[in-house]
Design a binder for this molecule. Structure first.
Ligand SMILES: Nc1nc2c(c(=O)[nH]1)N[C@H]1C(S)=C(S)[C@@H](COP(=O)(O)O)O[C@H]1N2
Ligand SMILES: [Mo]
Length: 331
């Protein structure tokens, strides 16, 4: 299939760019240093790209985060910080994997507020601090599987979405949660594009039971620090059993709604991208197979291809959410 090859070539080029630019990491990996040590090194050398912008209430809270408690997840090897923050999809800053890191300089995530509306007891505009401060920050080491058939392991910091939903108290009429990314064309070059590949603001959504699932996470940090802009500063969703596009970045609005929201990728091409977007090796994308994935960063000879697991390996936790549903129809 021609487009599959095209995507692979494109991504291989990206990887080569990484490895040439980042000899530091290469040698660190060769020496067998832990990813955390590598991340610390990069933070020292780069000043952390926006790290200083995060207010102290958050950086202090992040320091007190509970480390990942699940032994299975602890045993997963996260991608180095440089890959996590240098190989991104964030179309608001451009469509190349490097763009989110290099084109997000004008984006100012602080101060941040979120509008909460719809079927909820506590609507209003909240300072991010009022939504995060009441909750304990924890670490979650999750696999992220992009619909483009690459994946990486990322050590997020944040709170279960469920904790925030409990705080906001949706009414019994709320059946779905709808999320919207900030719309700031003056700070986001991708939103100024003459012929944008998707419509803005970026919209995502979850069924209420998916939103309340204990794995569903709101990240405010990664690798022991606040979120870099390219990863969705200051707050983004992480739904580890769904394709990465569900994990919406830089959330500015949360709506509790009765009807299933229309989401960005669905609107752009509903034949290729569905609302559910559960990782599923037996339901192929119309233009490529989803049976396997390239795990980044891989070794010197490129990323290793490995079989994709049902629900991205989280089937034991989430399969019951979809009992009786035809996952070919509800892709
Ligand atoms: N607002 C917004 N959120 C987004 C995207 C985007 O383009 N815009 N890309 C999605 C896709 S396709 C993926 S794979 C993940 C990537 O997250 P990461 O760059 O932090 O690894 O973010 C998702 N969230
Ligand atoms: Mo993705």
């Amino acid at each position: 299939m021609p487009s599959w090859n095209k995507i692979r070539e494109h991504e291989v080029t990206d990887e080569r760019w990484f490895w040439s630019r980042r000899s530091v990491i290469q040698s660190a990996l060769a020496l067998g240093l832990a990813p955390n040590a590598i991340a610390a090194d990069i933070l020292r050398s780069e000043g952390g790209q926006g790290k200083e912008d995060a207010p102290s209430w958050l950086t202090e809270k992040i320091k007190r985060a509970i480390p990942e408690t699940d032994p299975l997840r602890q045993s997963e090897e996260p991608a180095p910080f440089e890959i996590v923050s240098g190989y991104n999809n964030f179309y608001e800053f451009g469509t190349d994997k490097r763009d989110p890191a290099t084109e997000s300089g004008s984006f100012e995530p602080w101060p941040w507020s979120i509008q909460v509306e719809g079927e909820v007891e506590k609507p209003g505009v909240f300072a991010l601090e009022d939504l995060i401060r009441p909750h304990q920050i924890e670490e979650r080491i999750y696999r992220l599987r992009c619909v483009e058939a690459w994946s990486m392991v990322i050590p997020w910091l944040g709170i279960p979405l469920r904790s925030l939903i409990d705080q906001l108290q949706p009414t019994s009429q709320a059946k779905f949660v709808r999320f919207e990314t900030v719309l700031r064309p003056s700070e986001m070059p991708g939103q100024r594009a003459l012929f944008p590949s998707i419509d803005y603001p970026y919209v995502e959504g979850l069924r209420m039971d998916e939103a309340m699932h204990p794995l569903t996470f709101l990240a405010v940090g990664v690798y022991g620090r606040s979120l870099p802009k390219q990863n969705g500063a200051p707050i983004r969703l992480v739904v580890p059993w769904k394709y990465g596009f569900k994990s919406i970045k830089s959330i500015a609005k949360i709506s509790f709604v009765r009807d299933q929201p229309k989401t960005t990728w669905e609107l752009s091409n509903s034949r290729e991208y569905g609302f559910y977007a559960n990782v599923n090796p037996s339901v192929d994308h119309p233009r490529w197979s989803q049976a396997s994935e390239r795990r980044l960063p891989g070794g010197f000879f490129g990323a290793t291809r490995q079989p994709t697991k049902m629900f991205n390996g989280y089937a034991a936790e989430v399969a019951n959410l979809y009992q009786g549903m035809d996952l070919r129809k509800f892709y």
